[in-house]
Design a protein around this ligand. Structure first.
Ligand code: NAP
Length: 329
């Protein structure tokens, strides 16, 4: 039987999500990869246990995480039942709908029909009565935003979710969504954007909107899917995400990118960190970032990413050096 480490709250840092009552761990764990039906169940279980033992109270899912679609939620549901039910009230569990999930016109994008049916399916797969956060996974250009936000509001009002979130909305869309949700009486808790040293789009207005509106941010792929680590410095390991050549493509690991990774790896070493640790610390340097949402394929990566918290401070000189590397100088 799993008994959580009684020191689990000793060293994790928690940050408030915007102007809300919810604090999230500075590092959260996402189940996009390595928790599907094709993956090793005991490895998935060990990573979740280790994460919780280190104070990671937030696990992030979506309807179509797997493969196959839905299976990460099923895996999570089984592990929850075996290990985490006594700790349910210590956990923030999120899921999302917005990408392709089932065939036909009601299994994708942002209709009320799709979003609420998907949430019901997610709850069933995970064996939960409610999720803590339900996200619209991406904006739907053809559905009125009032309809998609209305579905989030219904999810909360009906007790299937405690809070509403959005993902991949740009700054302008975010301002609009936040207003609609506020008018409906269900404030937007959090936004989930992609953000890392390699992908800095949220700096172009999104983080400003979130700060002004009092909405938190949980930034995904802070390691750029593993590129911002020492994983690819000596080629492409056979057990790596790039080896699968699907979400992270082999062609994305060219010499120009590797030169930057090597230079960043050196700066990380001077800070006494691995590059993965520095990549996590770098997104957390901005107080508008509530949590760094990492993925892992092995327990040691959970430990390494959490070790980032030992040094979150960057000098102006270090930040300038990093910017120079990223600019290819
Ligand atoms: N809202 C959205 O649209 C959206 C989109 C994508 C992701 N997400 C969320 O964000 C989460 C994280 O995304 P991500 O998996 O792309 O994040 P990431 O943290 O940038 O990449 C995770 C990968 O990096 C490698 N890695 C992790 N820690 C490492 C370490 N300490 N040293 C060396 N390599 C390390 C592993 O790759 P290997 O597998 O090669 O070992 C791991 O699978 C997802 O699970 C999901 O919850 C949301």
């Amino acid at each position: 039987m799993y008994v959580a480490d009684d020191k689990r709250y000793h060293s994790m840092q928690y940050r408030r999500s915007g102007r809300s009552g919810i604090q999230l761990p500075a590092i959260s764990l996402g189940l996009w990869h390595n928790f599907g039906g094709v993956d090793n169940f005991e490895n998935s279980r060990a990573m979740l246990r280790r994460a919780f033992d280190l104070g990671i109270t937030h696990f992030d899912l979506a309807n179509n995480y797997g493969p196959p679609y839905g299976s990460a939620e099923e895996t999570f549901g089984q592990i929850l039942k075996k290990d985490f039910l006594p700790y349910r009230d210590e956990l923030i569990i999120s899921t999302k709908a917005g990408w392709d999930m089932w065939p036909g016109p009601y299994g994708d994008l942002g209709s009320r029909k799709y979003m609420l049916a998907s949430l019901d399916q997610s709850l069933k797969r995970m064996g939960l009565e409610y999720v803590d956060i339900f996200y619209h996974h991406r904006p739907d250009p053809d559905t009125p935003m009032e309809e998609s936000m209305g579905a989030l509001d219904t999810a909360v009002r009906s007790g299937r979710a405690l809070y509403a979130g959005i993902s991949a909305y740009n700054a302008k869309q975010t301002a609009q969504a936040v207003k609609i949700l506020r008018d409906l009486g269900t404030p937007c808790l959090i936004h989930q954007p992609k953000y890392s040293m390699f992908v800095r789009d949220p700096e172009q207005g999104l983080l400003d909107v979130l700060e002004k509106e009092g909405v938190g941010s949980i930034v995904f792929s802070p390691l750029a899917q593993g590129l911002l680590s020492d994983r690819y410095l000596k080629g492409i390991p056979s057990d790596s995400r790039a080896a699968r050549d699907f979400f992270l493509k082999k062609k994305d690991i060219g010499e120009a990118t590797l030169a930057k990774v090597r230079a960043l790896n050196e700066i990380a070493g001077q800070r006494g960190q691995t590059l993965a640790e520095m990549a996590v610390a770098w997104v957390l340097r901005d107080p508008r970032v509530t949590s760094a949402l990492v993925g892992t394929s092995k327990v040691s990566q959970v430990d390494d990413n959490v070790a980032a918290l030992k040094n979150l401070k960057f000098s102006a000189e270090e930040l300038r050096k990093i910017d120079d590397v990223l600019a290819g100088k």
